[in-house]
Design a protein around this ligand. Structure first.
Ligand code: FES
Length: 183
């Protein structure tokens, strides 16, 4: 066997090393991709891959990776508009209707309240025809000044057009001598 010059040996080794590094996937073993159902070893172990977390669980006697769903972010609570005090109970006699402004979440709402034999009811005063403000007109009725629509003050229902839809109803409650409206 002939002698190979030492410089050549070094050069060959260096070339081989560069080729080894350049070979795709050869230098570093790629992390195996985890998929739902792949077999795992230790129950409870978690791995995160591409932002997805998998946990090793045992199902039907088989240890397998299962994707851990991110906990649902609770929806922010709606700003409470409950229980806005509108009137003292004494200000609303049985069968009477009274208009008021309810301020809720920095907005003003024009409402009309009526005391019926079964409690206090509240409606938005905007006429469902074109939005003018209805007002109590006696006889358990609310009348729109613009085109004459008439509504039932206890139910909000249309008695006379041109409006065709009932007034918007709000929840009203009464306690400790006060009347509250929820917008
Ligand atoms: S806006 Fe009320 S009847 Fe037309």
């Amino acid at each position: 066997m002939r002698n190979i010059p030492r410089r050549k040996v070094v050069s060959m080794l260096a070339g081989g090393f560069v080729a080894f590094l350049a070979a795709p996937g050869a230098a570093l073993a790629e992390t195996p991709t985890i998929r739902n159902g792949d077999v795992c070893k230790k129950v409870g172990k978690k791995k995160t891959q591409d932002g997805k977390t998998f946990e090793c669980v045992e199902r039907d006697g088989v240890r397998q990776w299962r994707r851990v769903k991110a906990a649902e972010t609770p929806k922010p609570a709606e700003p409470s508009t409950s229980d806005v005090k509108v009137l003292d109970s004494a200000q609303l006699a049985l069968g009477a209707s009274v208009t008021a402004i309810v301020t809720s979440a920095n907005k003003n709402y024009a409402v009309v309240l009526t005391r019926t034999s079964s409690g206090v009811v509240a409606f938005n005063r905007s006429c469902t025809h074109q939005g003018s403000l209805v007002a109590p007109s006696g006889g358990n009725q609310l009348t729109c000044p613009s085109h004459g629509a008439v509504f039932n003050a206890s139910t909000g229902a249309v008695i006379e057009g041109p409006a065709s839809r009932a007034l918007t109803h709000y929840k009203a409650a009464e306690r400790n001598g006060s009347i509250y409206v929820t917008i």
